[in-house]
Each structure stands twice: as structure tokens, then as C-alpha cells.
Design a protein around this ligand. Structure first.
Ligand SMILES: C[S@@+](CC[C@H](N)C(=O)[O-])C[C@H]1O[C@@H](n2cnc3c(N)ncnc32)[C@H](O)[C@@H]1O
Length: 289
């Protein structure tokens, strides 16, 4: 769980700390520190941290958990993801990267179904980041601290890159999409879930402004609250996919019947303010060649 990884071409060393490969330079990591400090504070205050027993139940936490309604919604996209993976794998384990994996609940769920999975995140926090994985589950998959805009993998290696509620944190959507496409094998797929997509930049900006105002009110700081613009506009994602050589397909998941809106709005709390006006389809971008 300790030691050093060396770059085969330049010889530079990267430490392995508590089983997590640190594949980001200290200078690059420094740039994310304001975001990480703010993010940890908000996540703890909003009640997102879970104990190891609850971690294993995700995305089906006990009904009295904070954000239980949101997790119910997430469980539906998770089930759809499993169906898509089953279809792609046809019984064979897939090589999957969980991008922006957070506490790795999804990485674990995929690994225990036999897939070869790697979790990547900038956050190694012991309560909510890569370090939050219970000890007896940590051997089931690899963990890498790196930035999603600069993926430390060779080209054409992976069957699937899954990004659950994380790609909207990218500082540069086009660069992140190109990186994802680069590490996919031809025919492999990027799959986005629980990722708020807006039809217009104005709608995305309005949602982010609401969230920042909320964070100013409750936490006294805002600017570092997202690592990127904090929203994705559909046409920009489509464009990024096309330029990266990925197809683009949306699988609708969550209808928003009127009767449900009020209930979801109350259950989401400040998370709702981020996603208001957004759709969260499963997005599948297949590498064409
Ligand atoms: C809302 S959380 C989602 C976590 C997890 N995928 C889930 O479904 O619960 C977003 C994650 O993206 C990570 N993240 C944000 N910016 C990042 C970046 N530039 N590179 C890598 N990870 C990043 C955060 O640290 C956080 O863990």
C-alpha cells in the first residue's frame, strides 16, 4: 500500500499512499486545493458523508438517510447503467474507469459484479473521497488521485469510462472529453449518469448562480465551490463528443411529472438548486474508431 510508481518515459516518481496512486504533480494538485477545501466543507454540512455500513448499501441507503429521495433517483440511473454494461459486456468483465469516483460506492458496485475497475478522483479525503473506501473493500479495485482533465492512462485501454455526477466539474469540458476518448478502445464508451445537462448556457449559469448564492449564505464562501463552470450545456457536450470522435446518444431516465416536482424539490435541498432546469439522461458516447 506504500511505495513509489515511476514514469517509464521520464523516470519521475509518484507515491503510492495508503493504496492510492498519486498520479498528479504537487503543483497541479495545489491548484485544486481551494476547491477541495470548500467541497469537503459543503459535503459534510449537507450530510453526504456515510459510514462504512451505509456505504455498502449505496445506491439503496436506508430510507431515513439524508438525501434518500435523491438516492432513490440515483438507484434508477444505476440500474440503467447496469443494463447498458450487461449489454456491452455480454457476460465478459469490462475494463472500467470510474471518473470522479468520490467515495467509490459505484466503483465497488461494479467491481463486485466482476468488472475490472479503477477509481479516479482529485479528492482522497478519508470520509468522502478515495480514502473513504472500507479496508476490506479496498483490494477490489485500484484508486488513483489525478485530475479528470489529464488522465494518467495509455491510449485505447478501456471498455468504458463512467462519470457519475462528475463531468460538470471539468475545468475544460472539451479537453476532458478528448482525454476520455483517448483512453477508450475503439467501440468503447463514455457513459454519463446523474449529470445535469442544460439546454442553454443561460439556464446553466442561472443554476450555478443560485447555488453560489446559497453557499454564500450558508458557508460564507463560494468561488471555489466548483472546480469548473459547474454546468454542461447539451450542444457543447455534443460538440465535444464529435471533436473527440465519440458518438452521442441520450437515454431518458427521469421524467418530471408535475406531482413529483414539489416532493423532489424539498428532498433535494440545495442540491435541487443546482439541478433545477436540468435533465439528467444517461449519455452514451461511443468511440467510433
Ligand atoms: C458530486 S461528486 C460525485 C462522486 C461520485 N461519482 C458519486 O456518484 O457519488 C463529484 C466528484 O468529482 C470530483 N472532482 C471534481 N473535480 C475534479 C477534477 N478536476 N478531477 C477529478 N475529480 C474531480 C470531486 O472530488 C467529487 O468526488
Amino acid at each position: 500500500v506504500g511505495g513509489t510508481l515511476s514514469c517509464a518515459s521520464c523516470g519521475r516518481g509518484y507515491p503510492l499512499v495508503d493504496g492510492i496512486a498519486t498520479l498528479i504533480s504537487a503543483e497541479d494538485l495545489d491548484r485544486y486545493q481551494p476547491f477541495l477545501a470548500h467541497y469537503r466543507r459543503v459535503r459534510a454540512a449537507e450530510g453526504w458523508l456515510v459510514d462504512p455500513a451505509t456505504w455498502r448499501t449505496l445506491p439503496y441507503p436506508p430510507p431515513d438517510m439524508p438525501h434518500a429521495a435523491l438516492w432513490r433517483r440515483r438507484s434508477r440511473s444505476f440500474e440503467r447503467l447496469l443494463a447498458v454494461l450487461a449489454d456491452r459486456g455480454r457476460g465478459r468483465p469490462l475494463a472500467i474507469l470510474d471518473l470522479g469516483a468520490g467515495n467509490c460506492w459505484l466503483t465497488w458496485q461494479l467491481a463486485r459484479r466482476g468488472h475490472r475497475v479503477e477509481a479516479l478522483d482529485i479528492n482522497v479525503d478519508a470520509s468522502d473521497g478515495l480514502g473513504a473506501v472500507p479496508e476490506d473493500a479496498a483490494g477490489a479495485f485500484g484508486r488513483t488521485q489525478a485530475a479528470l482533465e489529464r488522465l494518467p492512462y495509455m491510449a485505447g485501454q478501456l471498455d468504458v469510462v463512467v462519470a457519475a455526477a462528475s463531468l460538470h466539474y471539468a475545468r475544460d469540458l472539451a479537453a476532458a472529453t478528448a482525454e476520455i476518448a483517448r483512453i477508450l478502445r475503439p467501440g468503447g464508451a463514455m457513459i454519463l449518469l446523474d449529470t445535469p445537462l442544460y439546454r442553454t448556457a443561460a439556464a446553466g449559469q442561472a443554476a450555478v448562480a443560485r447555488r453560489l448564492a446559497d453557499q454564500r449564505l450558508h458557508y460564507g464562501s463560494d468561488g471555489a465551490g466548483t472546480s469548473g463552470s459547474g454546468y454542461i450545456v447539451v450542444w457543447a457536450l455534443r460538440h465535444a463528443c464529435r471533436r473527440a470522435g465519440l458518438s452521442y446518444r441520450e437515454v431518458p431516465l427521469h421524467g418530471r411529472p408535475r406531482a413529483l416536482v414539489g416532493r423532489i424539490r424539498r428532498a433535494f435541498g440545495s442540491a435541487w438548486r443546482t439541478t433545477q432546469g436540468a435533465q439528467m439522461p444517461l449519455v452514451i458516447g461511443e468511440r467510433l474508431c
